[in-house]
Design a protein around this ligand. Structure first.
Ligand code: EPZ
Length: 429
């Protein structure tokens, strides 16, 4: 195991490069299954989840090549996925349980091969994460679905249809969108999720020859085509990583220039709330400068919602910042049923937070105190790092494998901006 050690109280200043978005890269990689022509993706983040998915795609018969990691050129890595011969249509439990996004191979396999056997992903720290909306959607476009021994067995020739999602689901929208590209006829997806990562996926599919209208809206219409051709596509910047580091600048009373293309556009849901909390954002030709407007964090009320609302993936990071607010703040989590795992750990650092159901009330305090804390999931671990950057003395964040799933080169990026942070091996927890 490894842990991160932070000596808090140092202002962050300078340029901080934002990596390609994990939650765009994962579905984009799955889209590589839809064509024999080869899909080249640029600006992929160098993350554990990307490697896990690449190993799954290889097991399915894809040939994956990497260009030299573009980090030294200020870019992510480039990857080409060649799926000319799919040799397996099974996504095994030991991979899917590690990374839920593996479920996104279901749609492409069904569309390409007429069958897919994918392990049910199971729950995770933040909730039980069902996939009923995915499965209902596939049935609506002609697939037969059978659940057996913890696996989804799906098969059938996909035909166009109309799908209405009663709950907005990012993954279900992505899965159906990819499958519909090769279905016979036209598919309409009503109440589709509108996250920028879905727009990124749709634009890449169009570059591969898909016929999709309504991109960016909650109504996607896909006219199926017999096949898709190869393409090249550059992954959008990670809006959640950018929001996380904006919080880091505010909590350390510093100033960062977040480097990434069209960050203001993709950060819509986040910027509004952070501005209300007292942050200033200035567009530059390289990205976005951010700092506290009047050197104080203002207590606000926030509710997580599907895009363009405040993203649930920023909830833990906002809460870390609100521990130091003037006055009090109320944060309500509406997307996942168990996404307050960071609260007891923040309280160990002196935060004053009380939870009532899906609502947390945070009363601002003057200073957080460093302490050994435990990461429980990806975004909770980032909230603990943020608290450590602002806290007095030393904070140790344990179980940082959670962080490696979503934050590329976190220690290097923060150290380069003035943080006193390092990672080391540990033999306990
Ligand atoms: C994606 O997960 C993201 N992951 C999550 O980011 C993000 O928190 C989530 O969208 C919401 O924005 C990736 O993109 C890889 P959902 P996903 O389907 O697709 C319920 C991170 O930290 N639901 O939009 O799994 C579900 O339980 C991760 O980067 C069903 O009931 O999320 C949840 O309550 C965490 N049935 C709500 O919908 C279904 O079939 C939204 O889930 C599917 C979902």
């Amino acid at each position: 195991m490894e842990k991160i050690i932070i000596e808090g109280g140092y202002r962050l200043e300078g340029e901080l490069p934002i990596s390609g978005a994990k939650n765009a890269a994962l579905p984009l990689m799955c889209a590589g299954l839809l064509t024999k022509g080869g899909l080249t993706l640029h600006n992929l983040p160098n993350l554990a989840d990307i490697k896990t998915l690449a190993s799954l795609l290889t097991e399915l018969g894809c040939h994956i090549t990497y260009e030299k990691d573009g980090w030294d050129r200020g870019l992510g890595q480039s990857m080409t996925i060649k799926a000319d011969h799919i040799t397996s249509t099974t996504a095994p439990y030991d991979i899917v349980r590690k990374m839920r996004a593996s479920i996104l191979v279901l749609g492409p396999l069904l569309a390409r091969e007429g069958e897919a056997i994918v392990s049910l992903p199971g729950g995770c720290a933040i909730g039980n994460r069902p996939i009923d909306l995915h499965l209902k959607g596939f049935e609506d476009i002609g697939a037969s679905i059978e659940l057996k021994e913890g696996y989804v067995r799906s098969s059938g020739k996909l035909r166009g249809g109309t799908i209405y999602f009663p709950t907005v689901s990012v993954g279900a929208t992505e899965n159906i969108l990819m499958a519909a590209c090769l279905a016979q006829g036209t598919t309409t997806i009503e109440n589709a999720a509108k996250e920028p990562e879905i727009t990124d996926l749709a634009q890449c599919l169009v570059a591969m020859g898909a016929k999709i209208t309504g991109i960016g809206s909650s109504r996607l219409v896909v006219e199926g085509v017999p096949e898709l051709h190869g393409a090249e596509y550059t992954v959008m910047p990670d809006r959640i990583e950018a929001g996380s580091y904006a919080v880091a600048a505010a909590m350390t009373h510093g100033e960062l220039e977040l480097i990434g293309k069209n960050l203001p556009e993709v950060m819509t849901g986040t910027l509004g709330i952070l501005k209300k909390a007292g942050l200033t954002f200035i567009n530059t030709d390289k990205g976005l400068i951010t700092r506290l407007t009047n050197d104080k964090i203002i207590g606000i009320n926030a509710v997580t919602n599907p895009y363009p609302g405040f993203p649930t993936d920023m909830q833990a990071q906002l809460m870390a910042m609100m521990t130091l607010c003037e006055g009090a703040s109320v944060i309500t989590e509406t997307i996942f049923e168990n996404r307050f795992m960071h609260v007891p750990e923040l309280c160990r650092m002196g935060a004053d937070i009380t939870i009532n159901g899906s609502t947390a009330t945070i009363r601002g305090i003057k200073r957080l105190l460093g302490a050994p804390v435990m990461a429980t999931d990806l975004r909770a671990s980032m909230s603990l790092v943020l608290a450590g950057l602002a806290a007095e003395d030393i904070t140790e964040v344990n179980r940082i494998y959670h962080l490696d799933r979503g934050y590329e080169r976190l220690v290097q990026k923060l150290e380069a901006c003035g943080a006193k942070i390092s990672r080391m091996k540990t033999d306990n927890i």
